[in-house]
Design a protein around this ligand. Structure first.
Ligand code: NAP
Length: 522
């Protein structure tokens, strides 16, 4: 495996940053895998190259043609899937199953947007709704249309999904016809770098339409202009810095933020512990706590269980957590790997001590000895389950996201009103879930929670066999959430294209508007 300094792909060529660069590690063993530096790279030139070379080339293509390129990208990833999975295991501390979740998620998202491109067809603009008659006579109408913005889409990604995070943003932007500059999180950027090497070698995309900045962002975001779009995934404090950059504040750079979220799962009072729905709930909570060592923006952090069931649920979950083997993802039998970095480990441990002030520890393994790891190495944290007293205030549980293998049981009185009150203390989330067969309970809880969430998952025995659970983000459904979650919205099928396009109301004579739209294939 390479230990070289990884280059950025900017201005249509590979460019090396100055200095030694930052180390990219294997978080299970702390072995240095490669280095990355962006020092000395000139961001404004790279952005201008994308705007002037990539933009026109992409806009010359129709949605269908761009969809074909997205499909070729998916096929390229599929062809190199095994290599990408290995890199994701090495640089992300992912188990094979976690790594597949990332790589296969990327492929599936690309395929979904390729299909959307094919369905839209040979058009370059989108018509939004029907023409509206504006005057007394039908010949004066207003028609909304969407055209591609003339800037560049800068994508700043989080460390936890190096492939999916990159692909879910890039697929939408490229299909919309805007060039992309991706900045992966430095610590886990080996996968993004290899993906770009493959893409550049395969020459799928026109020159200037894809760029990669390895290493720190530097002044990248400060250089954005009014037609540019910035899509960010990461922590709320970084989001707040980005929202206050001159492009966003003064020049109208569009920004979309996917940030923290205290996702909740609610068990309905109708669910008996020997039912299929209870089992489904238990499995989903267990999976969200341990998959990717809990480093999933959509993972369940607060588990609302009716008081009468909380003891039984606590014991069932604790038993299952105790059986999870933690260690080096390459070791046979390991089900949960390490956290991605030493600083994530420190932040998670700090967060856990904060949560512990609100309640008591139900499951944790002090002195955890991860399997297959040199003594003292790796950024491992034990799966940790906490519980608060019924009716406790628990301020940290409802306001502090611990981005690791942890969750807190919050007993409640079994009413929809209290479930809504407790979950909405999270102040806006990506996804929450309700597991119940009682439709009036589901309906009241769902309607109460909807304004606080981008997605709600209704779990019941009827869908248990079919469902990937609330933690899986799907390309056809919106991803994002209000308030704490950043107020952003991504994906959602064709809806996602609108972020990279300008909606314009065209007012005029119907025959003229119709002729223009026909000419554009719209
Ligand atoms: P972070 O520190 O905010 O980093 C996220 C990205 O921002 C990285 O690429 C980072 O680059 C970059 N960055 C940092 N400072 C920057 C600056 N001043 N200008 C431009 N870019 C900058 O987040 P994190 O701690 O790595 O990620 C964990 C957080 O992400 C969690 O709190 C989680 O809630 C959130 N998350 C949300 C979602 C979602 O979809 N809503 C998904 C995953 C994670 P470097 O790596 O080079 O510093």
């Amino acid at each position: 495996m390479t230990k070289t300094k990884l280059k950025s792909y900017l201005g249509g060529r590979w460019q090396e940053g100055e200095g030694e660069g930052e180390a990219l590690l294997d978080p299970a063993t702390e072995e240095v895998l490669a280095r990355a530096s962006s020092d000395g790279l000139v961001r404004p030139l790279a952005l201008e190259f994308a705007r002037t070379e990539g933009g026109p080339a992409l806009r010359a293509l129709t949605f269908k043609q761009r969809g074909d390129l997205v499909q070729k990208t998916a096929a390229l990833l599929q062809k190199n899937r095994d290599e990408l999975i290995d890199l994701s295991m090495a640089n992300g501390g992912n188990t094979r199953s976690d790594a597949k979740f990332d790589i296969d998620g990327a492929i599936a998202t690309l395929q979904a947007f390729a299909e959307i491109g094919a369905a839209i067809g040979d058009k370059r603009i989108l018509v939004d709704g029907e023409a509206i008659q504006l005057g007394r006579a039908p010949r004066l109408v207003g028609q909304h249309v969407l055209t591609t913005r003339r800037g560049v889409a800068v994508h700043v990604n989080a460390f936890n999904f190096p492939a999916w995070g990159l692909a879910e943003k890039a697929a939408v932007a490229l299909l919309a016809g805007i060039p992309v500059l991706t900045k992966p999180a430095t610590s886990s950027s080996l996968v993004a770098h290899r993906l770009f090497e493959l893409l550049v070698e395969a020459q799928i995309w026109p020159k200037g339409s894809i760029s990669l900045l390895m290493g720190r962002a530097g002044d990248l975001v400060e250089c954005l202009e009014g037609q540019d779009c910035l899509a960010f995934t990461g922590g709320a404090s970084t989001a707040s810095l980005l929202r206050n950059t001159p492009g966003v504040v003064l020049r109208g750079t569009r920004i979309n933020v996917e940030a923290d979220s205290l996702n909740a799962a609610v068990l309905g009072p109708d669910v008996s512990p020997d039912s299929e729905t209870y089992d489904f709930f238990l499995k989903d909570v267990l999976r969200d706590m341990t998959q990717k060592a809990g480093q999933k923006c959509t993972a369940i952090r607060r588990v609302l269980v009716p008081e009468a069931l909380s003891e039984r649920f606590r014991d069932d979950l604790a038993d299952r957590l105790a059986a999870v083997v933690v260690g080096n993802p390459r070791t046979e039998g390991v089900r949960m790997g390490p956290l991605a970095t030493s600083s994530q480990k420190a932040t998670v441990l700090e967060g856990l001590s904060l949560l512990a002030r609100d309640g008591r520890l139900v499951h944790s393994r002090p002195g955890l000895k991860p399997e297959g790891v040199p003594k003292g190495k790796g950024f491992f944290v034990s799966p940790t389950l906490l519980e608060v007293e019924p009716g406790a205030d628990a301020p940290s549980v409802h306001s502090h996201e611990v981005f690791g293998p942890a969750a807190t049981i919050v007993p409640f009185d079994g009413s929809a009103a209290q479930a809504v009150e407790l979950v909405s203390r999270g102040a806006g989330g990506l996804v929450s879930s309700i597991y119940s067969e009682d439709v009036p309970f589901v309906s009241e809880t769902m309607l109460g929670l909807a304004p606080f969430h981008g997605r709600l998952f209704l779990g019941s025995a009827k869908i248990a066999e079919l469902s990937p659970g609330p933690g899986t983000v799907l390309p056809g459904l919106v991803h994002g959430g209000p308030g704490r979650a950043g107020n952003g919205e991504e994906l959602g099928g064709e809806r996602g294209l609108a972020f990279y396009m300008q909606r314009t109301a065209i007012e005029g004579s119907r025959p003229v508007i119709d002729r223009i739209l026909k000419q554009e294939g719209a």
